[in-house]
Design a protein around this ligand. Structure first.
Ligand code: 4AD
Length: 453
């Protein structure tokens, strides 16, 4: 039976494994040969550390034991004299499953740039950094399900192909089976269809039946944003709560973010220590601080005031009514508040049509969570539940009322106050790993000009 390297190196009681015969599979990281012993570092991706394998050099065909080759090692676990690991494997047999040409294998032992690694996304998961990113992604996905499940939310699935533009930005990928620009009524769905930018509108339908739901799926934006924070395909978690207002929304967002941070601190220590050492010095302290201290709160109006008076020159000037740029968001979180901050009550004109209007007639019950290093990580709002006001907003935003007939009916039949938010999953991975570029925290990034793999 196969024993995973994680089971060996993370065993609660390593001494209980001494003397056990095991079969271990993995990819060779390095081979060192000495007179009496050969040392092979084997990694199977289940954990960051390699398992050290000792073999008798007189029995080995070294031409096949190259970096990148896949190997089955059978042998006995013994106590390791090295200080890095408790156990190592004394091999009795070594079988190369798939050889790997040492001359042409692109992943040489040296450190490669992240830009280069993106060009070999089929091999980069075998690097330490990508392995750690992928394991943390997996832990964050599990933390998400645990958090919402513990709060009594139901996990729902919303469509990837949709006819409505949730964010109203018109930045959607069209889905068509037609060759040319023809009458959309002759197209596959009999109407124009797109890849969804958000599952929110359908999520609202389900929240107005089950009370509390969340979605977790891929979303698509055809915005031409060549930045380290934007992807054309990214994953979003969107909870939606019925009988809830903006306060409930903010409480849920803060608790969720903290839960995720605490979860990785508790379950991904080895990988986080790697990021702390090689990617962002001080990452662990930063995450502990996020988990322990309450988020700051500011209204948009107050934030604009702070930005105007702070004496810093920004690339984009700030005025009440303008959308905040990443440089502004980062200043507020990193320098002014020195921790995550929730901004509320944005001008209605710069936010989506579905956000609930405030009594001042100018702002909406929106909230964005801004965090150091990233800027916006969560965007959410209380939803407009009043039919007449929503109809007015749809008209003001120049949207086609017919596309939203069902959304409007939710306000006609048993409407309730409700609220929700969306968290960009890759931004959460950036935040918890200290990685700099969003293209390096999703295995197969999609961005302008890039859909390889
Ligand atoms: O602020 P956004 O556009 O909000 C929505 O889509 C709402 N429907 C959410 C809701 O209320 N249910 O996006 C939400 C989050 C952002 O805060 C950001 O973290 C992430 O999604 N995001 C992106 N992540 C990567 N690449 C992009 N192009 C992104 N656009 C938004």
């Amino acid at each position: 039976m196969r024993t995973k390297i994680k089971q060996i190196l993370h065993a609660k009681d390593p001494s209980s494994l001494i003397g056990k015969t095991v079969s271990v599979y993995g990819w060779i990281r390095t081979v060192r040969a000495q007179k009496t012993f050969a040392f092979i570092e084997l990694n199977d991706g289940t954990t960051l550390a390699n398992l050290q394998i000792l073999a008798d050099p007189s029995t080995i065909d070294f031409t096949q034991l190259t970096t990148g080759a896949s190997l089955l090692a059978k042998g006995t676990l013994v106590e390791s004299p090295g200080k890095n690991q408790a156990l190592e494997l004394k091999a009795e047999t070594l079988s190369v499953l798939g050889p790997c040409s040492a001359e042409t294998f692109p992943l040489q032992k040296k450190r490669h740039s992240f830009e280069f690694l993106r060009t070999i996304a089929h091999l980069r998961p075998r690097t330490n950094t990508q392995g750690a990113v992928l394991r943390i992604r997996s832990a964050l996905a599990l933390a998400t399900h645990l958090f919402f499940n513990q709060r009594g939310f139901y996990y729902v699935q919303t469509p990837i192909i949709t006819g409505s533009d949730c964010e109203g930005g018109g930045e959607m990928f069209r889905v068509t089976t037609l060759d040319k620009e023809t009458d959309p009524s002759k197209d596959f769905f009999g109407k124009p269809a797109y890849l969804t930018v958000s599952g929110q509108l359908e999520g609202e339908i389900l929240a107005l039946a089950l009370s509390d739901i969340y979605t977790f799926g891929p979303t698509f934006r055809a915005e031409n944003s060549n930045t380290s924070r934007h992807l054309a395909e990214f994953w979003m978690i969107e909870p939606e709560m019925a009988f809830a207002d903006l306060k409930d929304d903010m409480e849920c967002a803060e608790s969720y973010l903290k839960f995720c941070v605490k979860y990785v601190l508790e379950h991904c220590q080895e990988d986080l220590q790697f990021f702390d050492k090689f990617i962002e010095n001080g990452l662990l302290t930063r995450l502990q601080h996020v988990a322990a201290s309450p988020f700051a709160h500011l209204t948009y109006t107050h934030a604009v005031d702070i930005l105007k008076k702070c004496g810093k020159t920004f690339e984009f000037p700030v005025e009440w009514g303008t959308d905040l740029q990443s440089e502004h968001e980062r200043y507020l979180a990193e320098e002014h508040c020195k921790k995550p901050v929730i901004l509320t009550d944005y001008p209605a004109a710069i936010k989506s049509f579905y956000m609930r209007g405030n009594d001042d007639g100018k702002t909406v019950a929106a909230m964005d969570v801004l965090v150091p290093k990233i800027g916006e990580i969560i965007g959410g709002s209380q939803r407009e539940e009043r039919l007449d006001i929503l109809e007015q907003k749809i008209a003001e935003f120049g949207l086609n009322r017919d596309d939203y007939w069902w959304y409007l009916q939710l306000r006609e039949y048993g409407s309730v106050p409700h609220a929700g938010f969306g968290l960009g999953f890759e931004r959460l991975v950036l935040f918890t790993t200290g990685m700099e570029n969003i293209r390096d925290v999703i295995p197969f990034p999609r961005y302008p000009g890039h859909a390889e793999f």
